[in-house]
Each structure stands twice: as structure tokens, then as C-alpha cells.
Design a binder for this molecule. Structure first.
Ligand code: SF4
Length: 448
């Protein structure tokens, strides 16, 4: 009987995609997916250390898994992968809940062999070697998303922003060969995925390692793969947005008219302390240029409040930038010190917690106002929605996204999942739009 695996994921899209790779590795090795930890022979906990208390969260989750499987004669093998595995290494063997296998971010491909060795040798195994090989020729298993396929094009990061743990947990920047990327995109298209999301810590820094192809060139080649209706990417860095990239967003029909461009702060002093290496003025100019070139471009961002040394005046500059740029969406976070980073080594976490909370609430309230205005302005327009599945809130409705990444809910049959459907927007909610399909229900699926 085939062994069964279960993967739990904490963290970002990159981690979510790593879990899809774990599933691909294990299924290639003969495993089958389990419905829950209770009936898994192998439980993989794929961890993230970007936010606070990652080890505590892992600790408590391992305790829950142990409790859930306590009645079994043979407990599952427990493997910890991801950033916490890389960061903590063999210290994780000291946790009170036994861990059998620890695999670092750059050693993921070793997982099946390490599990076999754990069973054969009856002792825990660890591999946190920083392997440089970024090719991933095996299939990726995308159980959770039938429409959008995430495809990693760059691993690691060389920027060393003062607050960020990624260069320490995922290593230096490594580019994946074009042929390897296109192979994965073709496999995704063959399994019915209509949208590809290219992933990298600085996705727009892509330069093929083996041929002259920059990020704009790669967008063009991915968009040309038959069956792919949309291409997105996350996350670019403002320093590496080139005129060629803006032209690609404007000119390639499949490339979404959406730029998620993390700014992190609206104050030059804070940006400098963060080592972001652009100014507020440069960021605003870039967005203005992009919006002029690409009419209707949706812009979203990431923001950190309460970074060391951030004064009330610095925070006001952040609010001012938000009013000026009017983002379509924002992910905002309170600063928390992360292991190994420049900020934890050299800067005092000197903004009191209560003040960080006040600032993030003020920022989110402003963003909510702006977002509501954008959504109201969309009422009466007709937009193409790539249908992702049934709506979570109303089972009889479908949900999908616009090119600009706004959620749209509307009535329609399940047969439209994976289709690009024109939808007339009839209502605005704070985080989504409602609409009516401009297509008869009996219309045959038009896949392109
Ligand atoms: S660019 Fe900065 S924030 Fe982004 S992954 Fe690299 S170090 Fe972290």
C-alpha cells in the first residue's frame, strides 16, 4: 500500500509553492496525499520565519499533531522544512515534540531520501546545506489551485533590507534557467491552469543564467505558452523596474495590468535606515510613469509601520504617500525584529507597541477609504474576470479576479471555472466587487 503524506504550510506564496514542490517530490517517490495528519505516514510542516514567534507557532503545531496522532500504533514521521528549519537547524531536535527530519530551504529535493534514511537507520536526519541547484524538472502538484499556477523563477535574495530575514534563510540570489521555467509552465497549462504567477524575492531582477533573457523577455515567452490566459508576478523591487518591464505590462495582452510594488515607508529617513535604496520621490515618479504608460494599471504595495527610529513625522509621510499614490490594495505590518538582520543587530526596537498599533490602524483606515473609492468607481464598468471557483461566502456564486487582482463575485455555472468571463460590475464592497456576467449561462467555455 502506498505511503501517505500531509503537508501543512505557514507563510508566503513562495512557501505555499514550496509545499506544492514537496507534494511533487513525494508523489514522484510513490506517496499519495492523505486527507489529514491522522492518516498520514509522513507529516511535513513547511515553516516561515518572516513574522514573529515562528518557532513558538511551530512548537504548538507539533504538539497538536502529536496529540492528534497519539492513539496510533505507528506515529507519523514528522519533517520540518522551510525558513525555520534553515534558521534553527539541529536546535529543532531539542523541541519536546520529536522531529524526525529537518530540511533547509535549499535542500528541499533531499526530503524523500532523508525520510527513507530516517526509517532505515531509525534516527533523525538533517540537511541544511545551501545547495545552489535551482532546476526543478519534476512535476509540481497543485492540488489547492486549479486555475493559478505559481512558478518560482528566482531563489534567494542579495538585497539585505535591514528588516528582512530572507537572505539569511533562503540564501543568495539564484536564477532558474528559462527552459526549466517554460517546461513547468507548459506542464501547468497542460493540467488546465490558465494563469501563471511568476515568483521571486525580487522577481524583476531575473536574468537567465544561460542565455540573454531578462524579466521582460521571460514574460513574453511565458505569455506565449498555449493555454496561458494570464501572467502575474510577485514581487518586484522598485529599484529594478525598467522601462522594458513597463512596456511589457502595457504591450503583452496576457500580462496583468497590475503592479504589486512594495514601498515599505513614505519617509526617506526610514527608507534609508531600511536600506531600500530608493527615495520616496523616486517611488512616486515610478508609479506616475507606469500609470501614464499603462492606463488602468492597478498598484498595490507592502508597508511596515514602527520601524526603528520611525518618528510621528516619518509616519505622517507614509500616510501622505498613501494619499498621493492611492494604492488599490495594501498589506501592512507592524515591525518586529527578525533573527540575524541588520535591524536587530544595530537598531533599537524603539517605537512602543501601542504606538505601532495606533499607526497601523490609522494606515489601514486610510487604505480602506481609498480602496472603497476605487471599488465604487468600478461600478458600471465591464471587466474580464478569470473564474477561480465557487465563492466562499455564497455557494451559488462564482469568484474570480480582474486583471488588477480585485476579487469579483457573480452568479454563474461551475463550468465557467477557468474561463475569462466579461462581468458588468453592479456593486462595491470594501474588499471585493459584485457583478453580472455578460454571457449567457449556456455559453460554451471559451478558453482563450
Ligand atoms: S528585497 Fe529586501 S524585503 Fe525583499 S526579500 Fe530581499 S531583503 Fe527581503
Amino acid at each position: 500500500m502506498a505511503r501517505k503524506y500531509f503537508v501543512e504550510t505557514f507563510g508566503c506564496q513562495m512557501n505555499f509553492h514550496d509545499s506544492e514542490r514537496v507534494a511533487g517530490l513525494l508523489e514522484h517517490d510513490g506517496y499519495e496525499p492523505a486527507a489529514s495528519v491522522q492518516d498520514a505516514d509522513l507529516v511535513v510542516v513547511n515553516t516561515c520565519s518572516v513574522r514573529e514567534r515562528a518557532v513558538d507557532k511551530l512548537y504548538s503545531r507539533l504538539g497538536e499533531i502529536k496529540e492528534a496522532t497519539a492513539a496510533r500504533e505507528t506515529p507519523p514521521i514528522i519533517a520540518v522544512t522551510g525558513c525555520v528549519a534553515q534558521q534553527e537547524g539541529d536546535a529543532l531536535f531539542q523541541l519536546c515534540t520529536p522531529v524526525d527530519v529537518i530540511v533547509g530551504t535549499q535542500a528541499l529535493k533531499q526530503l524523500p531520501q532523508l525520510v527513507d534514511r530516517t526509517i532505515a537507520e531509525r534516527r533523525p536526519q538533517l540537511d541544511v546545506t545551501p545547495y545552489d541547484d535551482v532546476a526543478f524538472p519534476l512535476g509540481v502538484v497543485r492540488h489547492a489551485d486549479a486555475v493559478r499556477a505559481r512558478v518560482t523563477i528566482i531563489e534567494g535574495c542579495n538585497e539585505f533590507c535591514a528588516f528582512c530575514v530572507v537572505p539569511y534563510t533562503r540564501g543568495h540570489e539564484r536564477m532558474r534557467p528559462v527552459a526549466d521555467i517554460l517546461n513547468e509552465v507548459r506542464l501547468a497549462a497542460a493540467s488546465g491552469h490558465r494563469e501563471v504567477q511568476l515568483l521571486g524575492q525580487i522577481v524583476n531582477h531575473y536574468q537567465a543564467p544561460d542565455e540573454p533573457c531578462d524579466f521582460a523577455g521571460l514574460l513574453e515567452r511565458v505569455a506565449a505558452v498555449p493555454g496561458i490566459a494570464r501572467v502575474r508576478f510577485a514581487s518586484p523591487h522598485p529599484r529594478h523596474v525598467t522601462p522594458r518591464l513597463i512596456d511589457a505590462i502595457r504591450d503583452i495582452p496576457q500580462v496583468c495590468k497590475h503592479l504589486h510594488l512594495p514601498v515599505q515607508s513614505g519617509s526617506d529617513a526610514v527608507l534609508k535606515a531600511m536600506r531600500r535604496r530608493y527615495t520616496r520621490g523616486e517611488y512616486i515618479d515610478l508609479i506616475d510613469r507606469a500609470r501614464t504608460e499603462v492606463p488602468g494599471l492597478a498598484v498595490s504595495t507592502d508597508m511596515i509601520v514602527g520601524f526603528p527610529g520611525e518618528s510621528a513625522a516619518d509616519f505622517d509621510l507614509t500616510l501622505d504617500l498613501v494619499r498621493r499614490v492611492r494604492f488599490h490594495a495594501m498589506y501592512s505590518f507592524k515591525y518586529s525584529p527578525r533573527p540575524n538582520t541588520l535591524a536587530i543587530k544595530r537598531m533599537a526596537d524603539d517605537v512602543p507597541e501601542g504606538e505601532k498599533t495606533r499607526r497601523i490602524l490609522a494606515l489601514q483606515a486610510l487604505q480602506a477609504e481609498i480602496q472603497t473609492e476605487w471599488n465604487r468607481a468600478a461600478v458600471g464598468t465591464t471587466v474580464d474576470v478569470l473564474v477561480e471557483g465557487p465563492s466562499k461566502r455564497r455557494a451559488w456564486e462564482l469568484t474570480g479576479r480582474t486583471s488588477g487582482y480585485t476579487v469579483v463575485n457573480f452568479a454563474g455555472p461551475d463550468g465557467w471555472i477557468g474561463d475569462l468571463v466579461p462581468v458588468r460590475i453592479t456593486g462595491a464592497e470594501p474588499h471585493s466587487l459584485r457583478g453580472e456576467a455578460c454571457r449567457p449561462v449556456e455559453a460554451a467555455a471559451a478558453k482563450r
